[in-house]
Design a protein around this ligand. Sequence first.
Ligand code: ATP
Length: 294
Amino acid sequence: MPAALEVRDLTRRFGEKVAVDGVSFTVEPGTMTGFVGANGAGKTSTMRMIMGVLARHAGEVLWDDRPITRADRAAFGYMPEERGLYPKQQILDQLCYLGQLRGMSRGDAAREAQRLLDRFELADRGKDKLEALSLGNQQRVQVAAALLHGPTALILDEPFSGLDPVAVDSMVDLLTDKLREGVPVLFSSHQLDLVDRLCDSLVVLSDGAVMASGTASDLRNRGPRRYRITTTPDAGWLREEPGLTVLDVDGATAIVEPRSDLTADLVTRAAARGLMELTPLVPTLADIYREVTR
Ligand SMILES: Nc1ncnc2c1ncn2[C@@H]1O[C@H](COP(=O)(O)OP(=O)(O)OP(=O)(O)O)[C@@H](O)[C@H]1O
């Protein structure tokens, strides 16, 4: 049965520095949750605590509504920041070994490893040493290692960094299969455009604390309400209007953010000035990220 992964009040200090400061969020079954934040925000430390490779100083990790166990974690797929595979060993050998470590028979591990290599268009590279591959292809093999044993949850630390767009798409296809099975996926990334395209949910971390979290649609609804207004010949008059902030004017078109709702008065005045367009702008997750970490 699909389960949710939850962290509650997770806290970790390094000396005086509170790297993770009471972090709480849930990764629901079958959802792709993006984990974003500036360098040093605490993403890797949080993921390490989820996986039990870094001790926590407070808080808890729950799987399926109960404290997570070693066996639960062993069934997860984890792609650590430092990556797990050996550069000087053959790819298929390593994948088979890892599969067996996680309880697969050698035959099953070999078959699944080959299937994953096929899907990443690395079918004939299994006998190569990992280091013989380009960095992007090494990354694909690292992801294959996390997927091999049919994981119950995926914790992926920057899985898309360094990948070309085709590699991103093939990885997304594989992850989508897992999502359909109900597997919760948490991945960190600095690529906000990708996060925007892929995520059902988002957790924004800044200085160890959660600044915003929720489903992509909730966050978009909570984001600033902005409109694009076009009035000919010039939209500059909007700068004099009370109750709104003009974010940008480019000739006839302005982007505005009303302090509360857009008033009927304003629309009437715009109509009198040759209103051509009035479009609500849906914030991207990247806009929301910038807003909450400002
Ligand atoms: N082993 C450690 N010893 C001391 N400080 C650490 C250690 N690991 C992390 N930190 C500190 O904890 C903070 C959070 O680091 P972390 O790697 O979790 O952030 P991050 O969000 O993953 O960053 P990045 O995007 O750069 O990978 C940083 O200030 C970092 O320097």
